[in-house]
Ligand binder design. Sequence first.
Ligand code: FES
Ligand code: MG
Length: 575
Amino acid sequence: MSSTPRKRAEDLRSHRWLGVKDLRAFGHRSRLMQIGYGREDWQGKPVIGIVNTWSDINPCHAHFKARVEEVKRGVWQAGGFPLELPAISLSEPFVKPTTMLYRNFLAMETEELIRSHPIDGVVLMGGCDKTTPGLLMGALSMGVPAIFMPAGPMLRGNWRGVPLGSGSDSWKYWAELRAGNIDERAWEEVEEGIARSFGHCMTMGTASTMTAIAETLGFVLPGGTSIPAPDANHPRLATNTGRRIVEMVWEDLTPEKILTREAVDNAIRVHLAMGGSTNAMIHVVAMARRGGVPLTLDRFDELAREVPVLANVRPSGKYLMEDFYYAGGILGLQSRLRPLLDLDCLTVNGKSIGQNIEGSEVYNDEVIHTLENPVSKEACAILKGNLAPHGCVIKPSAAEPRLLKHRGPALAFEDYNHMAAEIDRPDLEVTKDHIIVLKNAGPVGGPGMPEWGMLPIPQKLLKEGVRDMLRLSDARMSGTSYGACILHVSPEAAIGGPLALVRTGDMIEVDVEARRLDLLVDEAELARRRADWKPKAPAPRGYEKMFAAHIAQAHEGCDFDFLAGTERLPEPEIH
Ligand code: FES
Ligand code: MG
């Protein structure tokens, strides 16, 4: 914004490292020269950190080696000095037990990378699920100007001419294989065709959800998150992002001016209209709280009653992110939501979201519906009751309607291995009216709250043609999953939440309309069970030990207690 007083070179954070005349700064400058840079490369220029979550084993970020050079090109062009800082890549398919165990690790790494180095502004390169919230949480806590460079969705999958979606279609065809409807060769072809370019999952999984949220919060150049990773617009976005961050430093456009209560509400509205991943409820709470906005799950429920699902994208809908881009992308969707959005919120390009969507249109109403003719009414519902005093979440649009008001007996499993050993037994006593319950899959129990929440339907029922039943756990589920899954039950079983007390045969009542989830067992019996309950032994040492000791529950965003809050850490001493 031209009216804002611009920073002077002496005001830059990096000036303390590079601009002063003392022995320490001599050391810093001589060491930059050791790399091959000359004074004219950095003198009087903002130093731009580029936090890059590339790694050899992250397929979603495989193009970041090239993109980071394109970001640097923009930084140089605009008169900045780019420095790439690699960070943990959190490859969703490969990191076990779950990337969620390390989201806060990335947040901490991002904050400390910026804090400990002479960085004036930062480009955050992410996209694969947890990278987006992890990077933003760290940048929010650090507080220097920050812009997010999204990986972009991969191209549509293809199998025998049928478009395939990440995650969603693996579950679907796996079920068909187990039911005997497709053969091994067909299954191999699905494997060969489902992920055919770099870029993040192209369904409305956590990646597409979180990048859309990052953009709506105001941290991405307008329209950037919808561009497919291999599209030539994507490297141009990278260069524009590099150019823009330099200006943001001079303008002192810090994250606290962007992430406001109103921006968080806008982001939740877009999340709901996208039919986004349930994972976002954890991440948005964590990000908002880092930014000083005290968000609770109730806000999601309130807004879900106002905002219908407009994006017809799998798993809740039919299309994929590539189609969404051609239909007008996020700017098209935001323009459809215009009457519901706070249009004054500031974004990284220095303009308001209202200015950014000026003139944006939707080119295909089948892919991005209108408010009058939505894909479905409600993206999510927060349920509470004696089984989830702090709440849990369901995506009603992804469930068979008969299950939204249901009373049935529990089929309870103590942990994942217990469930895996039992679930496909031919003599398992189970009907489609049972509610499958998985315990000890939460933040402490998993550990890290793995994406186990789309509990498998027993093979016996699959063969009878059952494709959905109620499933309940303290786990998360992949944003690409679907079905009547009740997730994030809080407090979790591993810390003695009521879920820990459920036994097979107990009656459970679910009423999504009334937002209730109750265990129909009397208090005296529950008290007896509670007296017998024992917590699981903590990890003997290492990161998992620290994790279990400091992790917050799902409804609080699963941040570490020592990272939460808005207090800025002091600048490091330079001696
Ligand atoms: Fe990276 Fe899905 S695996 S976004
Ligand atoms: Mg995922």
